[in-house]
Design a protein around this ligand. Sequence first.
Ligand SMILES: NC(=O)C1=CN([C@@H]2O[C@H](COP(=O)(O)OP(=O)(O)OC[C@H]3O[C@@H](n4cnc5c(N)ncnc54)[C@H](OP(=O)(O)O)[C@@H]3O)[C@@H](O)[C@H]2O)[C@@H](O)CC1
Ligand SMILES: Nc1ncnc2c1ncn2[C@@H]1O[C@H](COP(=O)(O)OP(=O)(O)O)[C@@H](O)[C@H]1O
Ligand SMILES: [K+]
Length: 499
Amino acid sequence: MKILTAAQIHQLDLYTQEAEHITSLALMERAAEAFVGWFTKHTSLQKEIWVFCGRGNNGGDGLAIACLLINRGYKVKPFIVKSGPLTSDCAANLSRLEKMVAVTSIVTEEDLVKIPANILIIDALLGSGLNREVTGVYAAIIDKINATENKVYAVDVPSGLYSDYPAKHAAIITADHTITFQMPKLMLFLSDHEAFTGAWHIVDIGLKMEGAADIVSDYSYTDAAVIHKMIRKRPVFSHKGTFGKVLLIAGSKGMMGAATLAAKSILRTGAGLVCVHIPGSGVDIVQTLIPEAILSIDPNKEVVTVLPDIDGYSAIGIGVGLGEHPYTADVLEELLVSSVDPLVIDASALNILASNPHWITHIPPNSILTPHPRELERLAGMKFQNSWERLHKAIEMAKKMQVIIVLKGAYTAVVMPTGVVHFNSTGNSGLATAGSGDVLTGIITSFLAQGYSPADAARLGVFAHGYAGDAAAEVKSKAGMIASDITEYLPMFFLDFEE
Ligand SMILES: NC(=O)C1=CN([C@@H]2O[C@H](COP(=O)(O)OP(=O)(O)OC[C@H]3O[C@@H](n4cnc5c(N)ncnc54)[C@H](OP(=O)(O)O)[C@@H]3O)[C@@H](O)[C@H]2O)[C@@H](O)CC1
Ligand SMILES: Nc1ncnc2c1ncn2[C@@H]1O[C@H](COP(=O)(O)OP(=O)(O)O)[C@@H](O)[C@H]1O
Ligand SMILES: [K+]
């Protein structure tokens, strides 16, 4: 799904109104109904609801929401900011609501009343139309709402947060839930914004998505629909050669578990065969834990010192548990220089690269690098001030290096050499557990070996990893799940997505 800017969503709004011969007021009603559909499923009738509405269409949504909630038996107290003129749809909904209940006007800060405890708050002050710093009466209301302990539900976006770029001002609603219309906004994906957005949820308001076909966006959201289109059938007359042969260069004394996790994940993702090149001391460990794997044994017992023959493999992954011994670094350099096809590069291999930046030019184009934020900082040779800067540095690096950067974390960003970013839709905080990244490397390398393009292998891999993590969390809980559970639950992804 494309992630559109506020202006592009407005364009899609107009397209929908024209295509369906409906008014903007009717579309607002749909948005309000979608919000209320979510809200009534997740809250009870017991608490009073204070709805704070601004002068624009976000406020119009809030007023329409208030009408719908009153009709459903909720006790609602609405407020409207009247520091200037209202949009026509906002005014229309205000007249409707005023026939049902008293609506308190807020013109200046003096009109603000004390907000009691033990109520629910709906924030419909400012939405995607935010176009300048929040000050004055809006800022005062936001501060007052944020100072209470009440649960806050933001309509479309938390008021004060721009949809498409970070805000510099302080007056931003800190919501518990953001119910966003039709598609996620770019700002929801930045870790710095979690305090404002809380948990966010997309509700469908029936915009006609074909109207977005010609709209260009550098950002997209990898959801289940995208993956269904991407995943390929396993042919009936297939044999293990059909599904690729993977070489994994991994492990060092004390970190053989990483090699094991990645190798097992390669097999659980459907690759035909995996050969793991490991130091001598790891043989019994890997052989015992994964009898399905073939071993290539390094002459050194503790670290990888020799590049095995790389001919005949459909994909090569390097880095998990390797360590950064100078002999191992030499192996990485040799691999980079002698490879033509894209590689999957993770963990220790990324740190070695960070210490040898001049090797970056040897990386085969379209290779997949999978740094977590700290590894990206090392690669970039700088500390990032915030997640916006981090994302933009990843975009700059992917373009410059002509590689795919999988920037790991919640909503992992898969950044293409073109600069296009695909945010992932699966996964949970249970994935923040030792070895989880090793599993991801295995999955991506496996998809690459099966003939998926590097771009698809990266997006599919990240999605499947998160999906398996979600399935694991349902049974084992977020805190209780460990990295090997992700591998064990990978079949759940294929059960749901395999043709
Ligand atoms: N397709 C969809 O998703 C649908 C979206 N819908 C809803 O519409 C919302 C967008 O509505 P919107 O465009 O009217 O803007 P909104 O956010 O209400 O702001 C209102 C006005 O406030 C002003 N203003 C700006 N910054 C300010 C500031 N810092 N401090 C003070 N004032 C400030 C500025 O007006 P100005 O003062 O510049 O004249 C601005 O125009 C969207 O979030 C969703 O809730 C649904 O109804 C239907 C389908
Ligand atoms: N809060 C989170 N929500 C979703 N996914 C997460 C979260 N934290 C981490 N992950 C995922 O877990 C994996 C962790 O990888 P990494 O940091 O390399 O772990 P390790 O080095 O222990 O293997 C990545 O795929 C990352 O996207
Ligand atoms: K809002």
